[in-house]
Design a protein around this ligand. Structure first.
Ligand code: G6P
Length: 613
């Protein structure tokens, strides 16, 4: 995701900023930029591509005497990957410059108003409204300082931000603020660094102050003040980091995979934020605006994807058929592309891909396009090939996923499929009451997930207990059949354990022959419409001596009588249970992999983005 670095102090700013950006490269980005106060003005440079490209462009500015500046690596969300859309962004007079992480949800209305009063915009970003708002408060004299103008601006913003502002009129000052997007200050000797991530400050200082939501920092080279938005001063503790750079990138987690599993609630928040209309029992999906008519008339959705994205698609199949009443088929992209699929009028192809570059998924997309089938995408990487080729789509907005095995991207994709279900359902038979129910339950999911993650030690202990088994079954029905397959996939790729994900109803048609005391089963059995059937399957396994770990609904004590171990998840709507049941399965695979001493972030033989067949 985007990265921020700000510097104010006695050293040359440009090399420090570039170096800071390099330490944020691991987060993934598509363009970079910086702005420094040089002479009597602010000079900015931006480049598409790597920080190296920015460094080359910066050229002799690298030797400048500038001692204050801001810099950014951008992971596109609003607007394509272009120099104009790269940060920092400025006001009309190119005096006020801003770097920003997060999404300003109400930027469209703010932009319209600003344009109406004569402001000229140079980018397609949501961020650019910020410098223009600051400019307008200073111009109309409702603020007499940069600090005050930023404060008034923040009060108008809806959404998430970590930001740093630099102004040519107050060059010995940086103003920073945070709302649901991380920001910290490195406190050095007569110098400060402001960054979205500790890895950008660690070379210079280990003393950091973490900003909290709703706080702003006013920083000169030798002092800082932190306030809330009502000017109340806040005393903050300085923390001393004992991290090295690698652990800072992982936010102190031992692996990216664990960091990303712990970010699953945030991923759902980011994928659904600004898209839910709880009072209308509906959702807004801006990326589908241009194809609304096609979607209203669609008679079948065909989903094509690979790996975990495919499994998220299978969760979507149940959702779309049960709640939106629209026939849905899901296929592995590598099959779909070669099996000469028969398209009908009013079919829509939906491809799902975190990277947006998976070769087989892309080939499915091409196949459909050749046959003039409308195409949609659920994609994380903005500007990726798939995101550009689809006619319309929904971005995941979850930042980069670095661990090779998909984790947070799976829950994000499934949550977007729930949004799509409401979107398509409400254009069909879905009642407002049902729409409201799904939306309100979806809103609660991140908090419910956090509860599961807080108890991660329970899963760790189970991983220790079961780590030496060589085979596992993962069983589920209906919504939790794809989750069972995802759980099995995860333990295969991370812990190199043979596992099979199966529909519990198929057990008696063969696989049950394998069950004995050395073949444990994960049984996903929340209290839903297939609960009794799952309990019967658990009993069948127990009768044959197979150990069972059940995933059940909180309060369901009866499962403890049939299973050896039970992991509880909170109650939610049946169609949303996959978002909760998959969390312990991701954690279990992670912990078994770690217990066995494997490199869980880079499992053998696998690639994050499979761009060849
Ligand atoms: C690779 C990754 C999987 C991922 C799959 C699809 O195999 O290791 O974790 O699910 O590709 O990737 P995509 O980027 O298309 O979602």
């Amino acid at each position: 995701m985007c990265g921020i670095v700000g510097y104010i102090g006695k050293q040359r700013a440009v090399p420090i900023l570039l170096d800071g950006l390099k330490s944020l490269e691991y987060r993934g980005y598509d363009s970079a930029g910086l702005a420094v106060f040089e002479g009597q003005r602010v000079v900015a440079e931006k480049a598409v591509g790597k920080v190296k490209a920015l460094e080359e462009k910066v050229g002799s500015l690298g030797d400048s005497e500038a001692r204050v500046g801001i810099a950014h690596t951008r992971w596109a969300t609003h607007g394509g990957v272009t120099e104009a859309n790269a940060h920092p962004h400025s006001d009309c007079g190119s005096k006020i410059w801003v770097v920003h992480n997060g999404i300003i949800e109400n930027y469209k209305e703010l932009k319209e108003k600003l344009m109406g009063s004569g402001h000229f915009f140079k980018s397609e970003t949501d961020t650019e409204v910020i410098p223009h708002l600051i400019e307008s408060f200073l111009k109309d004299k409702s603020a007499d300082s940069l600090e005050e103008a930023v404060r008034q601006t923040l009060k108008l913003l809806k959404g998430t931000y970590g930001l740093v502002v630099l102004s040519a009129d107050e060059p010995d000052l940086l103003v920073a603020a945070r709302n649901f997007s991380p920001l910290l200050m490195g406190v050095g000797n007569d110098e400060y660094l402001i960054a979205s991530d500790a890895s950008a400050v660690l070379k210079h200082t280990k003393n950091v102050i973490y900003l909290d939501d709703g706080e702003m920092a006013v920083v000169t080279r030798n002092e800082h003040h932190i306030y809330d938005l009502n000017r109340n001063s806040i005393d903050k503790k300085t923390h001393t980091l004992d991290w090295d750079i690698e652990s800072a990138r992982k936010d102190g987690y031992p692996h990216f995979m664990l960091k990303e599993i712990m970010a699953e609630p945030e991923a759902i928040g980011n994928s659904t934020r600004g898209r839910l209309l709880p009072d209308d029992g509906n959702v807004v999906l801006g990326g589908l605006k241009d194809v609304e008519r096609i979607l209203r008339d669609a008679e079948r959705v065909i989903i094509s994807a690979c790996g975990s994205a495919y499994l998220a698609g299978r969760v979507g199949e149940y959702m779309l058929e049960e709640y939106a009443g629209i026939p849905t088929e899901v296929d592995i992209a590598s099959e779909f592309r070669y099996r000469k699929p028969v398209f009908r009028e009013n079919d829509v192809l939906l491809v799902i891909s975190q990277s947006g570059e998976t070769a087989d998924t892309l080939a499915s997309l091409r196949e459909a396009k050749e046959k003039n089938v409308p195409t949609l995408g659920i994609v994380n990487v903005v500007g990726s090939t798939i995101s550009r080729y689809t006619d319309a789509g929904v971005y995941q907005h979850i930042g980069p996923e670095i661990g090779v095995a998909a984790t947070k991207s799976f829950v994000s994709q499934a949550s977007i499929l729930a949004l799509l279900t409401v979107f398509l359902g409400r254009k069909r038979e879905m009642s407002i009451t049902m729409g409201k129910r799904i939306v309100s339950e979806l809103q609660k999911i991140p908090e419910l997930m956090k509860g599961i993650l807080q108890n991660k030690e329970v899963i760790k202990n189970l991983a220790v207990k079961y780590k030496d088994y060589e085979h596992f079954f993962y069983l589920g029905r209906k919504y939790n059949l794809p989750v069972a397959i995802e759980g099995a996939l995860k333990i295969k790729e991370i812990a190199y354990v043979h596992a099979e994900g199966y529909g519990a109803g198929e057990l008696k048609h063969g696989p049950i022959a394998l069950i004995d005391k050395n073949f444990p089963t994960f049984a996903i059995a929340p209290q839903d419409s297939v609960y009794e059937k799952m309990v019967s399957n658990i009993e069948e396994i127990k009768a044959r001596g197979g150990p069972v770990i059940a995933i059940g609904t909180e309060g369901d004590k009866s499962l403890e009588k049939v299973a050896d171990d039970v992991i509880y998840i909170p109650k939610t709507l049946e169609m949303l249970t996959p978002l909760l049941t998959v969390v312990p399965l991701h954690l279990f695979a992670y912990y078994v992999g770690v217990e066995k001493g494997y490199d869980v972030d880079r499992p053998r033989n696998l690639a994050k983005s499979v761009t060849v067949e």
